[in-house]
Design a protein around this ligand. Sequence first.
Ligand code: ATP
Ligand code: MG
Length: 761
Amino acid sequence: MDYLEGLNPEQKAAVLQTKGPVMIIAGAGSGKTRVITFRVAHLIRSGVDSFNILVLTFTNKAAREMRERINHICGPEAKNIWMGTFHSVFAKLLRVEANRIGYPSNFTIYDTDDSKSVLRAILKEMQLDDKLYSVNFVLNRISAAKNNLVGWQEYQNNEQIQADDFSSGRGMLGKIYETYAQRCYRAGAMDFDDLLFKTNELLKLHADVLNKYQQKFKYLMVDEYQDTNFSQYLIVKRLAAVNENICVVGDDAQSIYAFRGANIQNILNFEKDYPDLHIFKLEQNYRSTQNIVNVANSIIANNKEQLKKNVFSEKETGDKIKVMRAFSDNEEGKLVADAIMFQRSSNGLKWHDFAILYRTNAQSRSMEEALRKNGIPYKIYGGLSFYQRKEIKDLIAYFRLTFNPNDEEALKRVINYPKRGIGDTTVDRIIVAADKNNITPFEVILEANRYVDKTPASLNAFAAMIQSFQVITKNQSAYEAALHIAQHSGLLKDLYEDKSVEGLNRYENIQELLNGIKEFSEREDIEEKGLDIFMQDVALLTNDDKDKNKDADTVSLMTIHSSKGLEFPQVHIVGLEENLFPSQMSLNSRSDLEEERRLFYVAITRAEYKLTISYATSRFKFGTLINCEPSRFLDEIDAKYLELDFTAKPAPSAGSSFDDERSAWTRKNDTYSKPKAATAPPVKTTSILAKAHVPSAGFKPSDTANLQVGMQVEHERFGFGKVLTLEGSKPDIKATIFFKEIGQKQLLLKFAKLSIISGVE
Ligand SMILES: Nc1ncnc2c1ncn2[C@@H]1O[C@H](COP(=O)(O)OP(=O)(O)OP(=O)(O)O)[C@@H](O)[C@H]1O
Ligand SMILES: [Mg+2]
């Protein structure tokens, strides 16, 4: 078994324990994903049929990489493994079984835009207040219900839910949910949450189907288990119920999707569900230098709710973590671009050795601008997907309609695009007639003369066109059919005639989609190559999945959320500012703040050798310049791991220096507010912290300029302490302080929320 050589004893034991339930909860970079990969390879090498293996990963990219590695060890067998995200795997399963729960096998997957559009129409019909019932709120509410397996009937019958809704003045939510579910059903469409919700329904209601897949998936493995929600948990539990050969790996410290219903409880449940569980501990981090691992550990130690773990690295100590200060978001972009260029040329690195991670998508703008200015090639991951662009969605809507003419959202999208004289009034009449006669809009159109007054001739022509597309897709290859539809729908011509730069871009995007379909229809490694197969899960594809040129040498830009599981030699985490990271929304509860801290932990642990953190002291938000305060997370890092780079000087107009700004903050009760700040909104930063440690009366604004060894001080989080040493010179003075509650800690006075209680004893 020389293929298992690259594993340490504990990892190897976990790989060899193929029977029975296995759980590995271990820190970042400890080889959890590697264990899953090798485990699959080992199963196949030991004679397990690759058709009997199911692996659930967090991204399609992760699945692809895993498959490549397994392919390397086991050869083409790897092709047969069911491997992918929960959504893509169960979409595939539902394609086969959908008719058992009343859906056509060619059901459409509604993406978020489609779902919102359906809801918007419903809210308008019901004439509801769009503030009280904002589309996002309603969609989140329905999504949460589905992820907890609460269908609309149960939603309406559940007294607690009803009481909550009525007390917030939103008593119609149950009715909206019902209408939404029925509209999707009528359109033969499932939304993202349905893919899991309906899978559960299928497995619950149809014992034979459940049995079939229990027999098929004799071995199950789940990566990033900490981020599964209840619906996912239950699917896994059901499928594994007979053989119980289930292996889950995860890290509670990296649970960052609670806002989407991920439930840390699933880890605890696992122990209850399988009392004879084998638990393996992995402690060695193979990814990062000691400094990086130590910083990550010191940050996460601030969270109360966590399973204790010992994570260590035997790699070199490594560079200190660099902190860069900029005076604006644009300047931050420039500093990052400069640092990357410098590192690349002085260490002979490639662009793809660098990643820039941010808390929110909006931050990519200033980074992109700086990278472009310097001619640095980059790629944004997980951003607006290629498949989400308008022109791509338009053409795909024609494909969707061709395979599922009942798909109402696709119909609305293209019935009058390109313009063919079917106005909004006609569309409204069609929808009303469909509702009245309890048929689908397309069925109305097929017999337009019977159902719709003053039917324009173009309506009949539209129906005939879609029907002709149906014939074409039956007889021609995916590419020929797609090209035919692009041409005969008039879409290609419409884009071609738009000679603006954007128009040209859109035309090229369509060409690119067609090229992609061409490649697909010429693939040797798959049997079925029709347009319908290509189309099946387009709504689930992300930007990364389209990437032909995945080895291109580019800097990676992404949100921290999408960086999970990945690693890069050098990482920049940008925007370490209060109200941005931690985000303003997280400041209302301890659990939300702890989730932000886990997010920071995830970001730090992506770095292999070099980690740079930056923040700006002012930033444009919604068009106004606001002042920013450095993130509390900086204060939580032991200063002995930090190296400050404050060489950037403010541009003449960029406002006050960091020090002036800092001293202008005054403390009022448990909130900070900035006096005379014309642009900065009041910033509530410490309400949660105040709970952790209530500062004594008479707490003065930080006056650490006069700090001396031997003084008694009070830190906002760590409580009372005594100054042991002071090192360095302004502005980088480091203080070693002995705190009564937590012991010795080294802090940078720059970031420390500290005040002097009494003079030298
Ligand atoms: N025994 C080992 N020997 C050498 N390298 C290893 C070993 N175990 C893991 N690695 C390497 O360490 C890195 C981290 O491994 P992996 O991605 O599997 O960790 P993980 O626990 O899944 O991390 P995360 O929590 O971030 O998902 C990878 O580059 C992997 O190849
Ligand atoms: Mg992993």
